[in-house]
Design a protein around this ligand. Structure first.
Ligand code: FEO
Length: 398
């Protein structure tokens, strides 16, 4: 696929419509993804990034039919993760002399994957420029940990395009590669899902880097990320990132639980009734972590001001779908969110302690009392108690 972005820039990436899981099976994609690669043309030609393994042969064939691999003068690696860098191996097989421009950390990642010490690496830092001739110049900006230590962006002043790598991307497909041509609410949903599941652990770095990049006063007409759509209204996604990186929360409470014989499910429903009775404005969403999509749950937790997490006691601990979710949330290092635990138990009242310990280590502020545990199958009195717990929790979150 080749698509003209400007007179000097072509899109040569690949659209992966059928992909439903990313990072192996770790992360769901609702509508596939794209692996974005760009050609920037001055007197010299630069290729920015490549594509993931299933599209490697097609990618090389496309390049051969457009500019030709032999006509590439510079290879720019913004990020060495294999979704963007896999086909670098194919390119280097055809052009072992090709100069690669990347960060010092990217050299380590690339050598780690390809085990090739002899490639022509040219290490760049923030502010370094690559002159392509005819007024075309790329300026590099290091953005380590967004999303790997090796990450950088490239700014193309001539057409005011910021090639942003992973940040500002989405796992989203459209034949219309520009934000002005796609459904903006659908696009924002995918952008926040991507932020919550990939970028959120580095929110403190996003905040710092956003300030740094904005202080450069670059004129940005387009943001061209490595996944998804090219933003032709860059201020829209920049404003969203400024909100999302700053302990983001909406007036939303998410209840997540797993259940064996519906006791914990009944408690969840009673707590939800209590929240709604207390606060007519708050939105409440409920998920069974064993059956719902974990990446979608993470997205809703990211949007929430508070979460309630439930599991029965199981083998002196909790059910694995809840434990897995809480461990996932620990890695996301979310800030400014409140939480409480709930669940049923039979002969061992242990679930609340395990749940609250995990919530605490994931950075949540805990409600007092930290949780509600109901013995065996809840009675009507127990459910009234759960509604009261929900009311108290909602009041604390208001
Ligand atoms: Fe899309 Fe961090 O790679």
């Amino acid at each position: 696929m080749s698509l003209k972005i400007t007179d000097n820039v072509d899109y040569v990436g690949k659209i992966d419509w059928t992909l439903r899981h990313f990072h192996g099976e770790q992360l769901s994609t609702s509508s596939g993804t794209t692996y974005n690669s760009y050609i920037v043309k001055g007197d010299k030609i630069a290729l920015i990034d490549t594509v993931w393994q299933p599209f490697a042969d097609e990618f090389i064939s496309d390049i051969e039919q457009t500019i030709g691999v032999n006509d590439i003068d510079y290879m720019i690696v913004l990020h060495a993760e294999q979704d963007h860098c896999y086909t670098l191996g194919h390119i280097m097989k055809l052009r072992p002399d090709l100069p690669i421009y990347c960060t010092a950390n990217a050299v380590k990642s690339i050598k780690g994957y390809f085990h090739n010490e002899n490639w022509n690496f040219n290490v760049v830092k923030t502010g370094d420029k690559l002159d392509l001739g005819n007024g075309s110049e790329l300026t590099f900006i290091e953005v380590p940990m967004l999303h790997w230590p090796d990450q950088m962006m490239a700014y193309y002043e001539k057409d005011e395009i910021l090639f942003s790598s992973d940040p500002f991307g989405e796992h989203y497909c459209s034949e219309f590669m520009f934000s002005e041509k796609v459904d903006l609410s659908e696009l924002e949903h995918e952008a926040i899902k991507y932020y919550a599941n990939i970028v959120a652990p580095y929110s403190n770095i996003v905040k710092k880097k956003l300030e740094e990049v904005l202080a450069l006063n670059l004129k940005i007409k387009m943001i061209a990320p490595s996944h998804g759509i090219i933003w032709t209204n860059p201020e829209y996604i920049i404003n969203k990132y400024a909100q999302w990186c700053n302990s983001y929360k909406e007036n939303l409470i998410t209840i997540v639980f797993d259940t064996m014989y519906k006791s914990t499910h009944k408690i969840a429903k009673a707590i939800k009734e209590g929240i709604i009775a207390q606060d007519k404005e708050v939105e409440v969403k409920m998920f069974n972590s064993a059956t719902a999509d974990i990446s979608d749950i993470v997205t809703e937790v990211f949007r929430s001001k508070a979460v309630l997490v439930g599991s029965p006691t199981y083998n002196s601990g909790i059910l694995h779908s809840v434990a897995g979710l809480l461990d996932e949330l620990r890695g996301f290092r979310l800030t400014g969110k409140k939480a409480a635990a709930f669940g049923s138990f039979g002969w061992a009242n242990m679930n609340i302690k395990v749940l609250t310990d995990m919530l605490k280590s994931a950075g949540f502020e805990l409600f007092e009392p930290t949780g509600i545990a109901i013995n065996w199958n809840p009675t009507q009195d127990n459910l009234t108690e759960c509604r009261q717990f929900g009311k108290g929790f909602a009041e604390w979150c208001m």
